[in-house]
Design a protein. Sequence first.
Length: 110
Amino acid sequence: MAVNEMQLLEIQREANKQVNEYKFKLQKSEQDIAAFHGSISRLESQLLRYKQSTEGYEKNEDEMRAEKRKLMRDLRSALDRIEEVEMTNSHLEKRLERMRASRTALAGPS
């Protein structure tokens, strides 16, 4: 019987050793899970901040595009006005030259 008792004690020690190993592994896994949950929370917060930044940048980009369109319209208008003024100036210069020529012709040879 002593042999059976020794075998039984050895089996019990081995079982206790395995139970303790499993308990340690369970604690380690629980720590890992807690760390993962912390990482997930941190990453979700970071993602939220990035989304908010992106929305702000997109809004800013839209505003800049609208401002660019307005400036392009103003530029086209200014260029059209310059062209109009240059045409008027050219017309007036020709008219002035004709008036000078006419005046010179009327004055005749002196």
